[in-house]
Design a protein around this ligand. Structure first.
Ligand SMILES: Nc1ncnc2c1ncn2[C@@H]1O[C@H](COP(=O)(O)OP(=O)(O)OP(=O)(O)O)[C@@H](O)[C@H]1O
Length: 694
């Protein structure tokens, strides 16, 4: 059997594809075992076999998308993904089984997209589009792919593979769902393009009989090639009238060989040898015999190039991918508005609902004062009416009201409140009874900390205002012996919104970027779009960069709207540099994108991507000191908090906005440094995972 298929098939000097001793498995599932296959240059090769036998897997190994564990593959003279090789790239036209088309594209957009990647000129693209539309009987080129029928989509997908007139066509079931007339036209076209010997085609099909038009057919079963020969020879050999019956016969004899091998390995080996000798003149190759020979061949596998086939990114590809993203955005205005407005909605809700002062707190007032001064009344006038709603009732109704949850507390005055209060202020020595009678008695429902704190604060403010009224310039006599001077940073009455806003801005930007990146990559991978672009010559680095650049545009709009709302609408104070604020938020967005890349490289379906994004969101929000100061976090967790991407970034933004600090302060540059470090880490991690999982 030396020389393999080349020695027995007529007049093909070179092979377009050569596979020798190829093994490939998904985890423990061995899909290709010791497989040998030769696609002669300038011929059509029909790869046949039952569902699940490994045809698609083999094609993906041939285009370099899957890594083989053993053996050798040569495509157009070099291993796939060899540096500088056009496979993947312009030399190969790949039509995957799962169509892999952008639903939001029109037919014309689809061809333009692949045309840009292959570096076709506008004129070339236009003329190919006109030809393909006519040849593949496609509807108007302005029709959206998502509105096409299954068969029409399949033809668009075939058109994308034919677009650049590649030297090698790899077509995974291009004729499924295509009517017999068009099927015959497609075969006719394939026969035409291979005529001059420059183009080779490997095609899989479930319609075994249509493969009779191929120059060679390979019959695959259980990851092995049972036979490889011109169809007529194969039928002749088995005395079969159809290719299907020849295939059945081959399967049966392969089963018999396998069971005999199982019963008596030595005997079976002899038999196989005899059988292969018998077949030597018959153009039939049993995979067992050919494979034994080639497993000894040196293994040549290129796996150093994690990015595909070129190390330096091509701007042409990045531009094509960015145009793709913008076209898709244009076609999905609802989704675009959602992306732009979501951060604004989130920050607005946060500013409106968190950190504000409670309003209309119902409080029962029990005023038993009977003397003529009515200081109690004067003090109640100073109580902020917008926050505290006073309801005058008697003692028993007040207690019952608090117990029923009707009031948040009771403010009580004794019968001699005014008299005793005056005595307390004026006299040097007073009894405890006078101090007690001159005090406002407050019973609070303390189950709601924020409301209870507000009531305490409002009563304190009311008392201060009242004392000023009563004592005028001598009011200091009744003040606390603690004086809060003008604050060094911030205002005397800080609000919680000012504290939470910087952290909220950072986490909204970060998680939106995580979610959008992870989802878009996972969806594209699932639909086979990433694979198809990769085979067309786009490297993973270019895909990442294009996503980053387009996402930066989205982020620019998001951040502009976010800051307009934060500073102009909600008037959150800012003492620092707007430039630093914008850069830090952008960097956090980029960290989010890189984390999204990590998730999408590790996760295969959108549900898991959503779960992962959500799963990270809440713990991160809680532990990063965004909602509550990190000083409240117990120690082991505080170390974890410090290591998270948002803790120091939120702190830095807070320092810029509230204290007006710049990069000279450690708390500010530390936020930038940690953000950049996380960026680098996530990008390296995504690259490593992509390399491992490729
Ligand atoms: N990503 C994957 N992970 C794990 N197993 C896989 C994966 N892709 C395919 N397989 C398995 O590998 C085997 C071969 O699949 P493959 O898609 O190559 O078959 P096929 O011959 O192309 O089938 P069909 O004609 O139905 O498309 C099948 O058992 C399939 O379940």
């Amino acid at each position: 059997m030396s020389g393999g298929i080349e020695s027995i098939l007529p007049s093909w000097s070179e092979s377009a594809i050569e596979c020798r001793g190829v093994c490939m498995s998904y985890g423990k599932l061995n899909v290709l075992s010791n497989l040998a296959l030769t696609v002669p240059q300038g011929h059509i090769y029909g790869l046949l076999g039952p569902s699940g036998c490994g045809k698609t897997t083999l094609l993906r190994c041939i285009v370099g998308r899957l890594r083989i564990s053993k053996g050798r593959i040569t495509v157009l003279g070099k291993p796939p993904a060899f540096p500088g090789h056009g496979v993947p790239g312009r030399m190969v036209g790949y039509m995957p089984q799962d169509l892999a088309l952008y639903d939001e594209f029109t037919i014309s957009d689809t061809f333009w997209f692949f045309g840009r990647i292959h570096g076709l000129t506008s004129k070339e693209t236009e003329s190919r589009i006109s030809f393909l539309i006519e040849f593949l009987d496609l509807p108007e080129k302005s029709r959206l792919v998502r509105n096409l029928s299954g068969g029409q989509r399949r033809r668009v997908s075939l058109g994308a593979a034919l677009l650049q007139n590649p030297q090698l066509l790899i077509l995974d079931e291009p004729t499924v769902g295509v009517d017999p007339v068009l099927r015959s036209r497609i075969w006719h076209h394939l026969l035409e393009i291979v005529k001059n010997g420059q183009v080779s085609v490997i095609i899989t099909t479930h319609y075994i009989e249509e493969a009779r038009q191929a120059n060679v057919v390979g019959l695959m079963r259980n990851g092995n090639l049972l036979a490889e020969a011109p169809p007529e020879k194969l039928m002749q050999q088995h005395g079969a009238l159809t290719l299907e019956s020849a295939f059945l016969e081959l399967c049966q004899s392969s089963d018999q060989s396998a069971s005999q091998l199982h019963m008596n390995a030595e005997g079976a080996e002899k038999e196989l040898h005899q059988h292969s000798e018998d077949c030597d003149e018959s153009f039939l190759i049993l995979s067992g015999s050919i494979n034994q020979e080639v497993t000894e061949e040196p293994k040549l596998r290129v796996d150093w190039n994690m990015w595909g086939k070129h190390i330096f990114p091509k701007w042409r590809n990045i531009a094509a991918l960015m145009i793709k993203t913008f076209v898709r955005m244009k076609r999905m205005p609802g989704s675009l508005c959602f992306q732009f407005l979501l951060p604004v909605i989130q920050i607005s809700l946060m500013c409106l609902c968190i950190g504000g002062e409670p309003k209309e707190i119902q409080v029962a007032v029990v005023n038993n004062e009977t003397d003529g001064l009515f200081f109690s009344q004067s003090l109640l006038w100073h109580l902020d009416n917008s926050s505290v709603h006073q309801v005058f009732v008697n003692q028993s109704k007040a207690i019952a009201g608090v117990e029923d949850g009707q009031y948040w507390g009771i403010i009580g005055f004794g019968a001699n409140f005014s008299k005793y209060l005056l005595l307390r202020i004026m006299e040097k020595q007073v009894t405890e009874q006078i101090v007690d009678g001159g005090s406002v008695h407050v019973w609070l429902d303390m189950t709601n900390q924020q409301i209870a704190f507000t009531l305490q604060l409002k009563l304190q403010e009311a008392f201060e205002g009242f004392i000023k009224d009563v004592l005028g310039i001598q009011s200091y006599l009744a003040s606390l012996p603690v004086k809060f001077e003008v604050p060094i940073y911030g205002s005397k009455n800080p609000d919680f919104t000012t504290f939470i806003a910087p952290g909220a801005i950072v986490s909204i930007t970060f998680f939106l970027a995580v979610g959008l990146t992870a989802l878009s990559f996972v969806m594209e991978r699932k639909q086979g779009l990433l694979d198809r672009c990769w085979v067309a010559g786009v490297s993973s680095l270019e895909t990442m960069l294009a996503h980053l650049f387009s996402q930066l545009f989205t982020m620019a709009v998001q951040i502009t709207l976010l800051l307009i709302f934060v500073f102009l609408v909600f008037k959150i104070p800012n003492e620092g540099s707007l430039v630093l604020i914008v850069i830090l938020i952008f960097l956090q967005g980029v960290t989010g994108i890189s984390m999204g890349l990590v998730l999408s490289s590790a996760i295969d379906d959108e549900q898991s991507a959503n779960q992962a994004s959500l799963g990270i969101f809440f713990p991160n929000l809680i532990i990063s000191g965004i909602i509550w100061p990190i000083e409240c976090i117990p120690y082991p967790l505080r170390y974890l908090s410090m290591a998270l991407p948002q803790t120091y970034a939120a702190e830095a933004l807070r320092c810029i906005m509230s204290r007006g600090w710049g990069l000279t302060h450690v708390m500010v540059w530390r936020g930038f440094a940690v953000t950049l470090a996380w960026n680098t880490f996530f990008l390296i991690l995504a690259t490593v995972i992509l390399k491992i999982r490729r």
